[in-house]
Design a protein around this ligand. Structure first.
Ligand SMILES: [Zn+2]
Ligand SMILES: [Zn+2]
Length: 352
């Protein structure tokens, strides 16, 4: 606080410290010396003596309250004891402070050592006569600001408090890098609905990141029809980088209808599946596993057809048959065939 003269009482030290009751009635306790604050040097005060100032030992009482009444006796002053924050003894001498040439010190101040974050500085006051004195300058204290280096997909990041002046740091905490971005599901069958598989993102310690705060997910438009779609996970906040994942929507399959035995062949019929398909693929084989040399496939390139004759097989042999649909889609400018799941198999015995 800035002290004004009315907050500071100047009393003879012997009166102030006395416990004698006859002292309490004394009225000659007062010292007409003022305390002046300095506009140039905040925190410094000067004493200014008025007429009738006395030599002697005085105590300056720095009070918390401004005293409005009249202080007449020592008892009046002692009644304010509870408001005294600081006491300072000042001894006044009755002698000429001027040197023989009539020189009065005039001090120029300069900072001879700058205070740093942690170390005190020194301010030196110098008069042209050579007299000097110094004052301490308080240490400034660190000015901490948060430094955040986001974790990437390869490297850990961190958050730390760093002093903007001297770079001292504290409270470092590691942000573990992201090493696991997975889709809930990457393979779907067309069902007429928009499909947006959810995403899980984990750091290298296996902790899940929080959607919205740590990353945002964006889906390619129109993830409904058969196709291959990209999901982009863009990291944010404590993390940076992005990851692209793809998922596939395959066409809906169809079921196999009647198999009719023919001479060295058969005819297959199926239930039409023309929605979001390009055609069908029939597979036949002499084993249920549909593996080995005898496994063959036949493409039917029109999705409106519902039957197909297969000829030139062996006579009087059992063949296993199954069917699936496919759709041709463009992926990165190239045609890609996406197949449905296989139907359940049926079997037929060829004729002679
Ligand atoms: Zn001087
Ligand atoms: Zn610092």
């Amino acid at each position: 606080m800035l002290y004004e003269i009315d907050y500071v009482i100047r009393i003879r030290t012997d009166y102030w410290q006395s416990e004698e009751t006859d002292i309490l009635e004394k009225t000659d306790w007062y010292q007409p010396v003022s305390l002046m604050s300095s506009a140039e040097n905040p925190g410094r005060y000067y004493l200014q003596a008025f007429d009738g100032a006395f030599p002697g030992d005085y105590t300056f009482l720095f009070c918390s309250n401004y005293f409005e009444g009249d202080l007449v006796t020592v008892a009046d002053v002692k009644a304010l004891k509870d408001t005294v924050l600081v006491e300072q003894r000042v001894i006044f001498y009755d002698q000429d402070i001027q040197d023989p040439e009539g020189h009065k010190h005039v001090y120029q101040q300069s900072v001879t050592k700058q205070a740093t974050c942690t170390e005190k500085g020194i301010r030196t006051f110098t008069c042209s006569c050579g007299k000097t004195y110094t004052e301490e300058i308080s240490a400034v204290g660190h000015k901490y600001v948060e430094r955040r280096i986001p974790a990437t997909l390869k490297q850990d990041g961190y958050v730390q408090q760093v002093c903007s002046v001297c770079s001292a740091s504290k409270n470092k905490s590691v942000i573990y890098h992201v090493n696991d971005v997975t889709l809930e599901k990457a393979d779907f069958i067309f069902n007429g609905k928009v499909l947006t598989p959810s995403v899980t993102v984990k750091d290298s310690k296996g902790s899940r990141l929080s959607a919205g705060r740590d990353y945002v997910v964006s889906y390619a438009p129109g993830t409904k029809n058969p196709g291959v779609y990209t999901v982009t996970v863009t990291l944010k906040g404590n993390y940076s980088g992005s990851v692209a994942k793809t998922f596939t929507i395959r066409p809906k399959g169809c079921s196999l209808g009647k198999l009719t035995a023919k001479s060295k062949g058969f005819q297959a019929a199926w239930k039409k599946q023309s929605s979001q398909t390009s055609g069908y693929q029939i597979q036949y084989c002499m084993t249920k596993s549909f593996k080995g040399k005898s496994a063959k496939t036949v493409d039917i390139k029109k999705n409106t057809l519902v039957k197909k004759k297969v000829a030139k097989l062996k006579a009087k042999k059992k063949y296993y048959v199954r069917i699936r649909t496919y759709k041709i889609v463009k992926v990165n400018g190239k045609d890609l065939k996406l197949y449905s799941d296989w139907s359940k198999w049926k079997s037929v015995r060829t004729k002679k």
